[in-house]
Ligand binder design. Sequence first.
Ligand SMILES: Nc1nc2c(ncn2[C@@H]2O[C@H](COP(=O)(O)OP(=O)(O)O)[C@@H](O)[C@H]2O)c(=O)[nH]1
Ligand SMILES: [Mg+2]
Length: 237
Amino acid sequence: MDQAHRISITVCGDGGCGKSSITLRLVRSQWTHEYDPTIEDSYSVTRTIDGVTYSLSLTDTAGQEEYRGLWSASNLSADAFLLVYDITQANSLEALEYFNEMIEIERETRLEQDRVLPVCIVAGNKCDLQGMRQISARDGLEWAKSRGYGFMETSAREMVNIEETFALLVKRVRDMRLDYERGIKPAIPTAASRTMPLSPLPDANEKAVPPGPGSHSQTWPPDRPQKSGFWLSLKCW
Ligand SMILES: Nc1nc2c(ncn2[C@@H]2O[C@H](COP(=O)(O)OP(=O)(O)O)[C@@H](O)[C@H]2O)c(=O)[nH]1
Ligand SMILES: [Mg+2]
């Protein structure tokens, strides 16, 4: 398989957020209750997306603070990063900032060297545990969007949005490479522009409020199909 169809992905995030579970779900469809949190492992898997077969090399990193020193340069050289947090752990979204800072430095380096930039997707995992939720989909989405990253809520346990998340990632890498070949530079928001307020999204349980009479604003919610119940809470951008 030629280089154009190879995609390396580093899965990162705090310990216990489900990196190994997500990775193993994609690679082996396996659901095991516990994985050794100290182990960093690599896997290969192929997926056909829009008629093209890609070989994905995944690195499931060991996320705990005490192992972060083991992060190798090869983890940072990935084509894409899947940044995983746990929707039931309030601090696990902030913990992504640690990885994001490394990725931002890597992005700067690639910009200077005129190389293709990495693609980042944020996954709010354990969305099956709705009753234990501490991080709203809106907060996860805003964190991702303000950095120019894609966003999904996933459940490795219930196999929700696992294939979809990797499919999104592959498509973004493909598009990023095509743009690069055409000389189109991606517009990644800078750290300075991140304070810009984002338009609010309705909560999963909130009813969407249609614009009042005389309002000439766009439809609300913007370009999103109306879904109900549990599925409404699974956001994907
Ligand atoms: N309910 C639920 N538990 C999960 C999910 N993903 C992982 N877990 C559990 O969370 C714990 C940590 O998962 P693991 O994949 O080892 O996390 P890692 O340290 O990020 O690799 C394990 O007990 C998993 O069974 C999920 O989507 N839903
Ligand atoms: Mg693990």
